[in-house]
Design a binder for this molecule. Sequence first.
Ligand SMILES: Nc1ncnc2c1ncn2[C@@H]1O[C@H](COP(=O)(O)OP(=O)(O)OP(=O)(O)O)[C@@H](O)[C@H]1O
Length: 263
Amino acid sequence: MSDSDIIQIRDLKNSFGSQVVHDGVNLDVKRGEILGLVGGSGTGKSVLLRSIIGLQQPVAGSIKVLGHEMIGKDPLTMRMVSRHWGVLFQESALFSTLNITENVKVPLREYYPELGDSLLDQIAGYKIAMTDLPEDVGIKFNSELSGGMRKRAGLARALALDPDLLFLDEPTSGLDPVSADAIDALILGLRKMLGLTVFMITHDLDSLYNICDRVAVLADKKVLAVDTVENLTKFDHPWIKRYFNGPRGRAAAESFEARKTGA
Ligand SMILES: Nc1ncnc2c1ncn2[C@@H]1O[C@H](COP(=O)(O)OP(=O)(O)OP(=O)(O)O)[C@@H](O)[C@H]1O
């Protein structure tokens, strides 16, 4: 594992009964990069994410995070390594009975039970501010927030423990284009400010062009290619061609070019 790799996956196999989802997945995620993961529906993007963060037990293979083998890990190692990552789940997964401040305090309480409530409130307030949410959001509940605000609140909780690594499951799904652009800008800003590595499942072609350093394509039960979007558009595989060179892919490419030239 090279020093620059924060995640290294080798020969990963996942199956459910007779359904093989992954059959020899290999992938390296480099420290400091934003890596996008794409693939058709049901190709196993979420199963891959769940395998990395220990919510899915693979059949075979190796997953190293920060140099620690995650498969077959003991609960203590798992707890020690998971302290270094934050996860934004697709529906943000905020606790509906807790306000946003209390949600952000959940991981803080788990890892720092000795800290007093007023200090936890301050830290939570700081994390909420980092995601550009107004201060009064802290006392609101998930049901009182817009879709974009929920994503930001989920991000605030994912940042609670000052992670090195951020896992995002479709951070812009369900958002209008302006809110999606704002979330992309926030992810870029957080990466710069905190030196994060970001592993992001997305279907959002604009996000792939605008913020991902590299994109991994999951198809045929494997990671078929990992490269810049520009290079992937030239890749000779039927799904990759359809994905990047179809009408939506071309529109995203044109919009990216227009942004670059300021048109
Ligand atoms: N706990 C489970 N039990 C049985 N099958 C599962 C389980 N979790 C996932 N699968 C199956 O594994 C396959 C991959 O699912 P996964 O959710 O990873 O797809 P995905 O690529 O994230 O899809 P989408 O883009 O539609 O969210 C699917 O066929 C799904 O039905």
